[in-house]
Design a protein around this ligand. Structure first.
Ligand code: NAD
Length: 468
């Protein structure tokens, strides 16, 4: 029997069956995980529904207090949870620790936010104001790249706003989320937080459940489209944080070596499995060779190893499907451009991919157009700024992007023309709990984080009072 339990209605329970969880560093199962059937999913939704009125009736201060307790409990268990995260997800231990730390301060940041009424108009004739109420049961569905952080992005605001939650992690990274559920069981009233697992087969049942009022989804654009379709049937509230293909545009006034080093970090974190990683770099022709050479040098030096090994910088990719997809993309890249570092899977057990730099590649290449989601960077040459902006914007995705320049005013002006939910100048990937985060185009819909992200877990009502 698995040592891991689901959380349904305040009880830690086994699944209807079990499945293996694979360590991506070995390619071998290392733990068993409970898996829910549809009856357990229904129980979890029913428990969340039953818990909703009492939870919604508590004050924001009371709910915030429990969210702070959750953050403190996570901090106490950082060492164990980081090791578990590395075992199931693959990322190096120090990066797992950072994910835990971000979870803690994000929860505390949400605990510090408040939903207040907003006056819209007030005079002798009328008073118009807006209040916000919780929506009810939230389905929180997460991907496998940052299992805990994505859960916290949803639970922090959902709970503070007074909703109850059914959380479902990705099938290949369920374990830290189950431990998170165990912690929640000790803090929140029964049914406020429920955690169930699936084998990638219950997502549509959860989104289509008539008692789910809001869907907060992070994952691929392909699945996001299905979620939107399911939500449309009952006009459910939905937030979608989807895939990205972020471009980094390097301007002609930077130091190419220094900028290549910064961009390299923004490509390779979490083995490139970051929605907001740099996935294409556009570099002026005059510095193209120097820039590519520095990236290739760094790729050659990067320590690729099991996340538990001291000094590991790049772990395995998280699952076999992603590994096979990347191998296919690398084969295409060999025909589409010139590989100057990496280019292959590492010859060892597990799902390791060599950090790869591809140069002399054009915009139509698969490695440029598709979201690679791996330790891979295509580097493209440009001559004219208008031309590079058009090329960077020619994508169905629009999650993030960055512009790198010494003249910050010029870089910022160019950045404003990047078609994405976030654009950075001289950095990439910076997120913070108080800064709203969203995707443009097919990278998403709605907002996570910040006051706007919190508001997405509420229904606004305008109260329009005639005076006198
Ligand atoms: P995925 O879409 O395959 O799975 C995400 C989740 O959806 C999993 O829990 C899965 O079980 C569930 N799911 C599967 N079918 C479903 C259905 N029909 N209805 C509802 N849920 C269903 O994504 P993934 O491969 O786990 O994650 C990688 C993707 O996530 C990448 O594209 C990445 O860019 C994206 N991502 C985006 C953000 C962001 O904030 N924009 C953050 C992290 C990851």
């Amino acid at each position: 029997m698995s040592e891991f339990k689901q959380l349904i209605g305040g009880k830690l329970v086994d699944g209807a069956r079990e499945m293996d969880v694979v360590n991506p560093a070995t390619g071998k199962p290392f733990a068993k995980c409970p898996v829910a059937d549809e009856a357990q999913l229904n129980e979890a939704v029913a428990a969340a529904k039953a818990a909703f009125p009492a939870w919604a009736a508590r004050s924001q201060d009371e709910r915030a207090e429990m969210i702070v307790k959750l953050a403190d409990a996570l901090a106490e268990q950082t060492a164990d949870l980081s090791r578990l995260l590395t075992s199931e997800q693959g990322k190096p231990l120090d990066q797992a620790g950072i994910e835990l730390m971000i979870c803690g301060y994000t929860l505390k940041a949400f605990a510090g936010m408040r939903i207040e009424p907003r006056t819209i108009q007030e005079n002798e004739k009328s008073k118009v104001y807006e209040i916000r109420k919780p929506l009810g049961v939230v389905a929180a569905i997460t991907p496998w790249n940052f299992p805990l952080m994505m859960a916290v992005h949803k639970l922090g605001p959902a709970l503070l706003a007074g909703n109850t939650v059914v959380l479902k992690p990705a099938a290949t990274t369920p374990l830290t989320t189950l431990k998170f559920g165990e912690i929640c069981q000790k803090i929140f009233p029964a049914g406020v937080v429920n955690v169930i697992c699936d084998q990638n087969d219950l997502g549509d049942k959860l989104t289509g459940h008539p008692d789910v009022d809001k869907i907060s989804f992070t994952g691929s654009t392909a699945t996001g489209k299905k979620v939107m379709e399911a939500a449309s049937r009952a006009v459910k509230r939905v937030t979608l944080e989807l895939g990205g293909n972020d471009a980094a545009i390097v301007l002609d006034d930077v130091d190419p070596v220094e900028t290549a080093q910064k961009i390299f970090q923004a490509v390779m974190a979490n083995a490139g499995q970051v929605c907001l990683a740099v996935k294409r770099a556009y570099v002026p022709a005059a510095m193209y060779d120097v820039f590519c050479d520095e990236l290739a040098r760094l790729a050659g030096l990067a320590v690729v190893d099991e996340g538990t090994q001291q000094g590991a910088q790049i772990g395995p990719v998280q699952n076999k499907m992603q590994y096979e997809k990347l191998k296919g993309l690398l084969e295409s890249a060999k025909l589409e451009g010139k590989i100057i570092a990496g280019g292959n899977a590492v010859d060892r057990d597990g799902y390791f991919i060599e950090p790869t730099i591809v140069r002399d590649v054009d915009d139509s290449a698969r490695i440029v157009r598709e979201e690679q989601f791996g330790p891979v960077l295509p580097v493209l040459r440009y001559e004219e700024i208008e031309d590079v902006l058009a090329r960077a914007n020619d994508s169905d995705y629009g999650l993030g992007g960055s512009v790198w320049g010494t003249d910050i005013e010029r870089a910022t002006k160019i950045a404003e023309r990047v078609q994405s939910g976030t654009v950075w100048v001289n950095q990439h990937m910076g997120l913070a709990p108080n800064i709203p985060f969203r995707g443009a185009k097919q990278s998403g819909m709605g907002t996570e984080l910040g006051q706007e992200g919190l508001n997405e877990f509420t229904q606004a009502t305008v109260v329009n009072v005639k005076l006198g």
